[in-house]
Design a protein around this ligand. Structure first.
Ligand code: PMP
Length: 447
């Protein structure tokens, strides 16, 4: 089998420098990180990255959907350098322009304002899981209700509160019980893998929740639903039309708050600033991280002002929230995404999806292509009528792609996911398609 673009790869992978680094790392860094293949990074620009042995790769994983503006975008780097020249840290006990700038930008783009005309306020932190923890605390504080509802297949983080909701793989919770009490999981509607009879899986899930309210979980005790508007780690699943609107109605009926976890889907990834904008449904609270800082660690709880303003001084806080470097990166990122990167994600997503549909004609193992913008999943299935997930094939495609010079990650049971930087070009997508086709051929041939 020929490798499509041998110029990418100078040495057998991992090269000698990467192999030496990985061996030393194994002695001092926790083995708990789920590392799938031996990529040891040297540097990156845009969609391109190089390993320590000088091999070039196209990065269609973007640090798990983090490098929204591409690697080392000059405007983000400049903004961080300027901020670093002034001071590295002051703590969230004080005021400064970068933090204020981010609060104002988030208030301007928040769906609460853009879709419903309601002002929003933000709490800043360092990661997705902390943003989720903040949202969980806020809804409990405001409602004083003890229960929550999450969705099977959801991913919300790995700290104890967010972990209690995370259920995209059982291994995430294995060994950590008991998790937080009061969390009930319900199915996430997946039209490709229907759990319920009938065509409308969204309506079926809403009926299931209503049944739950009648039988075991009193709606009056539920503080909030925590839901991804597009399920990420669970398999890049787009819920059927009307589902999120139905959830909103259920919330309004019972005084339950709606939290959208947009940690993976937010900040331009789907071709709009936030994934919920595709549906017109407005959450009460939204959690952000990943793409927000283009790589600098930052997260945010963005909530309706009427909710967040109820937090009394000292109710919730942290040391690093509003760190000037992270905020400078986020301010530059939000500007770049508003100025054109979200539009580019929409256009490039359409091109990419069209190319993947062409590819799927030659590969019956491609069961479904789904997603929005540059959040695209390719579910691989066995050649049977049951759509049996082709787990081994999915792993093999991701590994072969690495050896061909294309960084990918998987999600769900057997879904290859594509989440390149929002700045990706048609020529980079076309190059990735050549590498992907070769990777599929090699994986199917057992190489
Ligand atoms: N929520 C969602 C939707 C995510 O995809 C992730 C990370 N994959 C998280 C929360 C947790 O984010 P972090 O890893 O920054 O804690």
């Amino acid at each position: 089998m020929t490798v499509p673009n041998p110029a990418h790869i100078k040495t057998a992978l991992p090269g000698p420098k990467a192999a030496a680094m990985i061996a030393r790392d194994a002695e001092v860094i926790s083995p708990s990180y789920p590392r799938d293949y031996p990529f040891a990074m040297s540097h990156g620009r845009g969609t391109e990255v190089w390993d320590v042995d000088g091999n070039r790769f196209l990065d269609f994983a973007a640090g798990i959907a983090v490098c929204a503006t591409g690697h080392a975008h000059p405007r983000v780097v400049e903004a961080v350098k300027c901020a670093a020249d002034k001071f590295l840290h002051i703590s969230s006990d004080y005021w400064h322009a970068q933090m204020l700038g981010l609060g104002e930008r988030l208030a301007r783009v928040a769906p609460m304002l853009t879709l419903a005309g309601e002002p929003a306020m933000s709490f800043l932190c360092q990661s997705g899981t902390e943003a989720v923890e903040g949202a969980l605390k806020l809804v409990r504080y405001v409602t004083r209700r003890p229960r929550y509802i999450g969705f099977l297949g959801g991913f919300h983080g790995r700290t104890m509160g967010s972990l209690s909701f995370t259920s995209s793989k059982y291994t995430q919770q294995l060994g950590f019980a008991p998790t937080m009490p009061g969390v009930t999981h319900v199915p996430y509607p997946n039209p490709y893998r229907p759990l319920f009879a009938g065509a409308d899986q969204g309506k079926a899930v809403l009926d299931y929740i209503r049944m739950l309210f009648e039988r075991s979980v009193p709606a009056s005790e539920v503080a909030a639903f925590l839901v991804e508007p597009i399920q990420g780690e669970g398999g890049y699943i787009v819920p059927p039309e009307g589902f999120l609107a139905g959830l909103r109605e259920l919330c309004d009926e019972h005084g339950i708050l709606l939290i959208f976890d947009e940690v993976q889907s937010g900040v331009g990834r789907t071709g709009k600033m936030f994934a919920c904008e595709h549906t017109g449904v407005v959450p009460d609270i939204m959690t952000l991280a990943k793409g927000l800082g283009s790589g600098l660690p930052i997260g945010a709880v963005v909530a309706k002002k009427s909710l967040m303003s109820q937090w009394k001084r000292g109710a919730h806080g942290n040391t690093y929230g509003g760190n000037p470097l992270a905020c400078a990166a986020a301010n530059a990122t939000l500007d770049l995404v508003s100025e054109g990167l979200a539009d580019n994600a929409a256009a490039m997503g359409a091109h990419f999806m069209a190319r993947l549909h062409e590819l799927s004609r030659d590969y019956p193992c491609i069961g479904e292509l789904r997603g929005r913008g540059l959040m695209i999943g390719m579910e691989l299935v066995e050649a049977d009528a049951e759509r049996t997930p082709a787990r081994a094939l999915c792993d093999a495609v991701v590994t072969r792609a690495f050896h061909n010079g294309l960084l990918l990650l998987s999600c769900g049971t057997s879904t290859v996911r594509f989440m390149p930087p929002l700045s990706v070009s048609t020529s980079e997508i076309d190059e990735a398609m050549v590498l992907l086709r070769a990777s599929l051929d090699q994986a199917l041939a057992g190489h």
